[in-house]
Design a protein around this ligand. Structure first.
Ligand code: ATP
Ligand code: MG
Length: 204
């Protein structure tokens, strides 16, 4: 029987908050593997435009390359548009089987929203959730979610890195350093492709 972690996100770009959380959760919960699943691009513009999926996927692959116990899946990108976590979990169940233990890993900010996710009750039966601490977000806000799905949700406070993709994008646009916030290979990629620079139409 396998224990699999799914780390979903926009990963625009992926950073050490994602990577360290995934590694600590992998160790703490004895997961065989954590699979990073970058989201597809929304079909319609909704607020900030997200960097094209090919770039976000490439950066995620660069970050994970050579890391034992990590892999990347392009399942949501291939599907295109918005993906439901339930579809993704069901697709993983087809690969790993009904007996596998599947953990969906989120940050403390995302876990408070899960009751609103598509077919949340069914999703909660299909996988467990692990919510990692994140500076600026209190686990106090998870009380409602825990009251409803408590036995399916684990809180994880071994890590709490304050880095976010929004801060990285803002720093690049301001010409500030992003060293130590994400892997050097991803920084090189951002520079080579001119991502997140000021004047980028995405930021307007
Ligand atoms: P943005 O600032 O654009 O929202 P982000 O840094 O929040 O980006 P996402 O791609 O939105 O990154 O997050 C994907 C998942 O990773 C979410 O479940 C989120 O809660 C979690 N996550 C992101 N950053 C951290 C962090 N520093 N520590 C723990 N979890 C995190
Ligand atoms: Mg976020």
């Amino acid at each position: 029987m396998k224990n699999i972690g799914i780390m979903g996100g926009t990963f625009d770009p992926i950073h050490y908050g994602h990577i360290v959380t995934a590694e600590e959760v992998r160790r703490g919960f004895h997961l065989d593997e954590v699979v990073f699943v970058p989201s597809g691009n929304p079909p319609h513009k909704k607020g900030r435009r997200i960097t094209p999926a090919e770039h976000r996927l490439a950066m995620t692959e660069l970050a994970v390359r050579g890391e034992e116990g990590f892999s990347v899946s392009d399942i949501e990108i291939r599907r295109g548009g918005y993906s439901y976590a339930l579809d993704t979990v069901n697709a993983f169940r087809e690969i790993y089987g009904e007996e596998a233990e599947i953990y969906f890993i989120t940050g403390a900010d995302a876990i408070v929203t899960i009751a609103q996710w598509y077919r949340a009750d069914e999703l909660m039966r299909r996988c467990r959730f692990i919510a990692a601490a994140r500076p600026g977000y209190s686990f106090d806000d998870t009380n409602e979610v825990l009251a409803k799905y408590g036995d399916r949700v684990s809180l994880f406070s071994e890590t709490a890195l304050s880095v976010s993709s929004s801060e990285i994008r803002a720093r690049v646009a301001a010409g500030e350093t992003i060293e130590d916030m994400l892997p050097p290979a991803v920084i090189d990629y951002i520079e080579a492709h001119g991502l997140y620079r000021k004047g980028d139409p995405k930021d307007r």
